[in-house]
Design a protein around this ligand. Structure first.
Ligand code: NAP
Length: 642
């Protein structure tokens, strides 16, 4: 199901309502009920929630406040039920602002509100859908857009181009939709952002089974969205783009594709949208002796389900977000697990990480119109720009290199104290798992206690000595210890900074994209590159976020911008847009300066956020609001029209 189902009428008795409310998310239920009943007096000043990341999940409510919210909610639900489950008319603009003011504790200023309304998508609107159609502004003009990739961004691009009446084809190397959710089938794979926030704004879903759903659920969701929008017939599955060359005279792209049988052909396109993602090419480490290993080995994103790990001695190299998810599952099956950790993670504790959504909350989502939207709104807001303060460098901070500011230090102490409590009985492990770098210098990993519990298992060893070589029978560390293994699993991440590899892309005058980048990928707004007209990137350089927001939000912003660019071409009868170099240069300088003020820009620790040259090529250092503002529509002056 890729969209919100219609709410069911309430016929249940008071006791059932009370049981459901025991599981309710309280900060979001009052706005939902105020909207449902039209009674804004439910938004009591003494019940304004605290959206700080340091507040508890229930908006920092005391027990007394929680009782009061539940009592108010019970009365409102009863009245709604007894009135025949008839919602009040849609809220006025004034009422909507009051609802937003309440749930954000008056923190959302006027600049934010339009963005928040788009995310809220009330009532089931899709404010980001194109408000134009090629058939009206450029009827009959031949045009084809090639989208590379049918993952989260590619599906979105297809949906939007279809809505705008722009002819397109999607080229996907895999046999089905889903991208990262298709490829990462390792045990334990699940979304590590709260799931009710991890959805397209226009295809919200109220019945996620888990707070952080498993890979199969996410794959179903994205496939469902693609199917619902009729994209399947637009996709060439099992087809990989090998190269793209811009034809200066015709202002078209020759997109060379290779099918699974090795056969190649060329698609001529007027625009290309790369939706290949940042984390799709596995990175295998360069360790001596790798090829001599006699047992099976594989990367986490190419999980070999044919290998039965039960009773085996398994070595896992890497302890990033992927490994942190699959290691607990592997540990349960194997005779011996040797985990090779190069750098420990900061773990953010979330007790809901593996939890199913409680029956009462599911019931409320199914019966209270728009409650799931307000819950998603809460997740969006509480993971929005307020979090940036915790990862921003304070130039006056003198508290040591393990934090970048007092706020960051507070986060560090919160994470450290959680680990200290969980490993109080194992000081040997504690010494190995507490990082010595500021939180958010590299990715913070979610946990619910399963990581320390796994490390404590008798069949698990956490090895922090550097790997010297891989031998035919296992792994030898530089201290000379041999760690026998029947299977090696590489949780070594992705070639994140090698954007668009291994595709060969040539633009104006035959300019090679990778040569132009010199291993240091950049793009204006993460989307366009001078000399590569009508070539648009989604989830391109510096559009990854670290602590705030979701990648889906960024993709939606990028697609708004790309649609704006295409509209310019159609309205002005131009063939192509080429980003001006000075605009791009100034933008990149600003991004670099921004990243130098963030924990990930100054931390001296390994991280996929930086490329081989040490520059942060992945992350967006500013607010979500700024990205939204900058991607509302292209400034035509930023481009040369060809
Ligand atoms: P990663 O975070 O890059 O982790 C790679 C791990 O391999 C690190 O522990 C790294 O150590 C280690 N490593 C790499 N080369 C090594 C070598 N030669 N010797 C020893 N250790 C080596 O990759 P990932 O875990 O696949 O995660 C990548 C990103 O994908 C995540 O940060 C996240 O954004 C995304 N992801 C999301 C989800 C989700 O939403 N559910 C799940 C998984 C991944 P160092 O730390 O020392 O480099």
């Amino acid at each position: 199901m890729a969209s919100l189902p219609t709410s069911q009428p309430i016929t249940d008795d008071d006791e059932a309502l009370q049981r459901a409310l025991a599981d309710a998310h309280l900060p979001s239920i009052l706005p939902a009920l105020a909207q449902l009943t039209g009674d804004l007096s439910l938004l009591r000043p003494n019940l304004v929630p605290n959206a700080s990341p340091f507040a508890r999940d229930q908006g920092g409510y005391t027990e007394g406040q929680m009782d009061e919210v539940r009592a108010l909610a019970l009365d409102a639900l009863r009245a709604y039920r007894d009135g025949g489950s008839q919602p009040a008319p849609p809220p006025s603009d004034h009422a909507l602002r009051a609802l937003i003011a309440f749930i954000t504790a008056n923190q959302a200023n006027d600049q934010y509100v339009p963005l928040l309304l788009e995310e809220l998508a009330l009532p089931a609107t899709d404010a980001r859908a194109p408000q134009w159609h090629k058939g009206q502004i450029a009827p009959g003009r031949p045009f084809l857009a090639a989208i590379i990739g049918a993952g989260m961004s590619g599906i979105l691009a297809g949906i939007r181009l279809k809505q705008a009446g722009v002819p397109f084809v999607i080229v996907e190397k895999n046999p089905d939709f889903g991208g990262t959710w298709f490829e990462n089938t390792y045990p334990g794979a699940r979304v590590d952002n709260p799931n009710h926030g991890y959805s397209y704004s226009f295809a919200q879903k109220s019945d996620w089974p888990f707070h952080f759903s498993t890979q199969d659920v996410l794959l179903d969701y994205f496939r469902g969205c693609a199917e619902e929008h009729g994209l399947r017939n637009f996709v060439r599955f099992g087809t990989e783009v090998v190269s793209m060359a811009f034809n200066d005279e015709q202002a078209t792209w020759a997109v060379r594709v290779r099918m699974a049988d090795g056969h190649e052909e060329t698609i001529e396109a007027n625009a290309v949208i790369s939706a290949v993602g940042q984390l799709n090419r596995p990175k295998m480490p360069d360790i001596a002796g790798q090829s001599a290993f006699e047992g099976p080995s594989f990367h986490s994103a190419r999980w070999d389900h044919g290998i039965d790990l039960r009773g085996k001695r398994v070595a896992v190299i890497g302890t990033g977000a992927s490994a942190s998810q699959f290691i607990p599952h592997v540990a349960e099956q194997v005779a011996q697990l040797s985990i090779f950790q190069r750098t420990p993670n900061w773990y953010g504790n979330n007790p809901n990480y593996h939890a199913a959504v409680a029956a009462g909350l599911q019931w409320l989502f199914a019966h209270v119109p728009h409650y799931a939207q307000w819950y998603r709104f809460w997740i969006f807001w509480t993971s929005t720009d307020g979090l940036l303060a915790m990862v921003k460098v304070d130039p006056d901070w003198d508290g040591g290199p393990q934090a970048v500011s007092a706020e960051n230090d507070r986060l560090r102490r919160m994470f450290a104290s959680s680990m200290e409590q969980q490993l109080a009985d194992r000081p040997d492990l504690l010494a190995k798992v507490i990082p010595n770098y500021p939180p958010a210098s590299k990715r913070i990993v979610v946990d619910n206690g399963i990581w320390p519990a796994t490390l404590k298992r008798p069949n698990v060893e956490l090895i922090t000595s550097a790997i010297g070589e891989i031998t035919p029978q296992g792994v030898r560390t530089v201290d000379g210890d041999e760690h026998a293994a029947d299977v090696i699993i590489y949780g070594t991440g992705f070639q994140a900074s090698h954007f668009l590899t291994p595709m060969h892309v040539t633009g104006l005058g035959g300019r090679d994209l990778h040569a132009a980048w010199e291993g240091d990928a950049r793009a204006y707004l993460g989307i366009t590159v001078p000399g590569f007209p009508n070539f648009f990137l989604m989830y391109g350089p510096n559009t990854n976020i670290v602590v705030n927001g979701s990648i889906i939000y960024f993709s939606e912003c990028e697609m708004t911008y790309i649609l704006g660019c295409l509209r310019v071409l159609f309205e002005r009868s131009e063939r192509a847009l080429d980003c001006r170099a000075p605009v791009y240069d100034a933008y990149c300088e600003r991004i670099d300066a921004g990243n130098r003020q963030m924990a990930w820009g100054v931390g001296k620790v390994n991280s996929w956020y930086r490329n081989e040259k040490g520059r942060v090529t992945q992350n967006w250092p500013f607010s979500l609001l700024e990205y939204w503002q900058q991607t509302q529509a292209p400034n035509v002056d930023d481009y040369v029209l060809l």
